[in-house]
Design a protein around this ligand. Structure first.
Ligand code: ADP
Ligand code: NA
Length: 335
């Protein structure tokens, strides 16, 4: 099994990013059996498809790297790198550009969503980045690609491109590309704002109290949990009893996600109690889980030399893993 997955580099990482995305990668890595491997990359080449600030992109790439390592991605077990240091991604994208059809890309709903009404003003990169995504996984002969609902269409496209390329340019017994299968990641938690149970916890929320940052220290975490919006009722003994109580549900969901228990199991323990008792308990398990992560994250974030070394090592490994497929692609095309 070879799993390849990318994430957009973003800064100001928070509990939602951890429980909703990063932790899944750590789980995937830890589930790999001997002979299987995960490649994780920061999709910094994707980031230029939308208006962006170069200094912010660089900072976000480094911050995300620090967060991934602090959260448990082990650069010795998994290949961790950023796109921009592995030119084969951009090369293969161009080479696959002869195979991908305009009509296929025209059907991509994400381009329609992201370009909005200003289709003519969208970048070429925004239009063609599903081809880069195909290159990202085909380059490494990925057998499995983790996909959420919004990415299913792009994986299908990667399979279509691989199949057409193999068909058009390869003999049946020597296809260049492996058709990757979807890997359905464990159900990720969706974490809401601590100030508003109807809004996602997000770095773009102007209120610092709305989110727990991966860099928060123990006191800050305890304070934010204590001030989190809740209600005056006691907790019910089953999840159904939280209907219409979005803030309460969110706090219990966070507790469950952090401990790995079900919401019902948490309520089995705290049903009948009010938030005066539940919040300190939640604060404590958050501190317990996040303290080692945030300490490591804060330290690594400032250690540019280590981050550069991690990414350089990962990129070297990725270049090596992709070189054979890239060479065979050139050859198949008569280049
Ligand atoms: P933000 O909403 O803070 O801008 P991003 O959009 O950069 O976060 O998301 C990065 C990753 O983290 C994505 O995979 C996204 O699904 C996940 N993520 C972000 N916010 C949450 C959240 N509140 N709950 C669960 N997952 C989240
Ligand atoms: Na966002």
């Amino acid at each position: 099994m070879r799993v390849v997955s990318g994430i957009q580099p973003t800064g100001n990482l928070h509990l939602g990013n951890y429980l909703g995305a990063i932790r899944n990668w750590v789980r995937m890595q830890d589930e790999m059996e001997d002979g299987s491997q995960c490649l994780f990359f920061l999709a910094d080449l994707h980031a230029i498809s939308m208006p962006h600030d170069p200094a912010e992109l660089k900072a976000a790439t480094l911050e995300m790297t620090a967060a991934l390592v602090a959260c448990g991605i082990d650069p010795a077990k998994s290949v961790l790198f950023n796109h921009a240091q592995v030119p084969a991604h951009a090369e293969l994208q161009w080479l696959l550009g002869g195979t991908a059809r305009m009509g296929w890309l025209n059907r991509m709903t994400q381009f329609k969503d992201k370009s909005g009404k200003n289709r003519e003003g969208a970048s070429i990169a925004l239009f063609s980045y599903p081809v880069l995504q195909a290159a990202d996984v085909l380059l490494y002969q990925a057998t499995h690609v983790p996909v959420g609902d919004d990415q299913k269409q792009h994986l299908e496209l990667a399979r279509d491109i691989a199949q057409k390329f193999n068909n058009d340019f390869c003999t049946e017994d020597a296809p260049v590309f492996t058709l990757p299968e979807p890997y359905i990641p464990p159900q990720a938690a969706r974490i809401m704002s601590l100030r508003d149970g109807s809004a996602k916890m997000s770095k773009s929320d102007p209120s610092e109290m709305s989110r727990i940052n991966l860099s928060d220290d123990a006191d800050t975490i305890m304070k934010k949990v204590k001030k989190a919006k809740s209600d005056a009722d006691v907790l019910p003994s089953e999840a159904g009893g939280l209907e219409g109580r979005a803030e309460a549900l969110n706090l219990v969901t966070i507790y469950a996600a952090v401990t790995g228990e079900s919401v019902d199991a948490v309520l089995g323990q705290y049903g009948g109690e009010g938030f005066g008792k539940f919040k300190p308990a939640l604060g404590e398990i958050l501190v317990e889980t996040l303290s080692p992560i945030s300490a490591r994250f804060r330290e690594l974030k400032e250690d540019r030399e280590s981050l550069d070394a991690i990414l350089a090592r990962g990129a070297a490994k990725a270049r090596e893993l992709g070189s054979d497929t890239l060479a065979r692609t050139y050859a198949a095309l008569g280049l």
